[in-house]
Design a protein around this ligand. Structure first.
Ligand code: NDP
Length: 246
C-alpha cells in the first residue's frame, strides 16, 4: 500500500468524488478525516468504509464558506489523526446562471466555497505538513475551456483560479518537499452532475469516449498524486476528462 502511515483530510467527502477519494486513500493505507456540510449520515457511512480498511477516520461538519469552521476542522482532523500529511481540497458547489442575471449571493457562494475555502484550508494545513506533504486541489476541465453552454462563467472562473493557485503554492512549498497539484475532472456521474440529468447527453458527447467518468477515475488520480510515485509531480494539472478537452 502506497500511503501506509499517512494522514489525510478530504473536504466535502460525504458524497460523490470526495467520498470516493477518501475511500481510495484509506484503501492505500491512509488514515482519513473528512468534512461535510449537511449530510451527516452519509459522512458517517464514509467513516465506516474507511474503518473497514483498518484505518482511523473522522467526520467533521464544516461549511467551506465559513472561515472559522474551516480552521476548526483542520485542528479537529489533526487532533483525531495525530497530524496531517495530505490535504485534498474537494468541496465545491455549482450555480448555473448567465452573468447578466446572476444573483450576488450565488457569485459570493461560488467564490467563498470554491476559491476562498481552498485558500483557507491550505493556509490552515500548511503549518502541519512535513517533508513529502501533499496538497491536491479538485478543479475542473472547465478551467481550460467552457464548452458546457451558457451559465458556467463564474463556476469556471473559480476552477481556473485553482490552477493558478496550485502553481503559486507549488513554488511556495517546494523547498519543503511538499507537492501541490490540481486534478481536473471531466463530467463525472454524481449528484452535482448526474449522467442521466438534463445536461447528460450534451456532456457525454464532448468526450471521444462518449461517456461520463466514474468517481473512482478521479480517486485513482488523487491516490497516485498523494503517493511517493508522484514525488516529482508538482505545480501541474492532471486532467481526467475522457478527452473532452482534446
Ligand atoms: P457533489 O455535489 O456530488 O458532492 C459535493 C460534496 O461536497 C458533498 O460531500 C457535500 O457535502 C460537500 N460540500 C458541498 N458544499 C460544501 C460546503 N459548503 N462545505 C463543505 N462541504 C461541502 O459534488 P461532486 O462530487 O460532483 O464534486 C466534487 C468536486 O469535483 C467539486 O469541487 C466539483 O466542482 C468538482 N467537479 C465535479 C465534476 C462532476 O462532473 N461531478 C466535474 C468537474 C469538477 P454535503 O453532502 O454535506 O452537502
Amino acid at each position: 500500500m502506497s500511503l501506509q502511515g499517512k494522514r489525510a483530510l478530504v473536504t466535502g467527502a460525504s458524497r460523490g468524488i470526495g467520498a470516493a477519494i477518501a475511500k481510495a486513500l484509506a484503501a492505500e493505507g491512509a488514515d482519513v478525516a473528512i468534512t461535510y456540510e449537511k449530510s451527516a449520515d452519509a459522512a458517517n457511512e464514509v467513516v465506516r468504509a474507511i474503518e473497514a480498511h483498518g484505518r482511523k477516520a473522522a467526520a467533521i461538519q464544516a461549511d467551506s464558506a465559513n472561515p472559522g469552521a474551516i480552521h476548526a476542522s483542520v485542528e479537529k482532523a489533526v487532533g483525531a489523526l495525530g497530524g496531517l500529511d495530505i490535504l485534498v481540497n474537494n468541496a465545491g458547489i455549482i450555480r448555473f446562471s448567465e452573468v447578466k442575471d446572476m444573483a450576488l449571493e450565488d457569485i459570493d457562494a461560488l467564490l467563498n466555497v470554491n476559491v476562498r475555502g481552498v485558500i483557507l484550508a491550505s493556509k490552515a494545513v500548511i503549518p502541519h505538513l512535513g517533508e513529502g506533504g501533499r496538497i491536491i486541489n479538485i478543479g475542473s476541465y472547465f478551467a481550460d475551456r467552457v464548452p458546457g453552454g451558457a451559465g458556467l462563467s463564474v463556476y469556471s472562473l473559480t476552477k481556473s483560479a485553482l490552477t493558478a493557485f496550485t502553481k503559486g503554492l507549488a513554488r511556495e512549498l517546494g523547498s519543503r518537499n511538499i507537492t501541490v497539484n490540481v486534478v481536473q475532472p471531466g463530467s463525472i456521474d454524481t449528484d452535482m452532475n448526474p449522467a442521466h440529468g438534463d445536461f447528460g447527453p450534451a456532456l457525454k458527447a464532448l468526450s471521444p469516449l462518449g461517456r461520463y467518468g466514474e468517481v473512482n477515475d478521479i480517486a485513482n488520480a488523487v491516490a497516485f498524486l498523494a503517493s511517493d510515485k508522484a514525488k516529482y509531480v508538482t505545480g501541474t494539472a492532471v486532467t481526467v476528462d475522457g478527452g473532452a478537452n482534446a
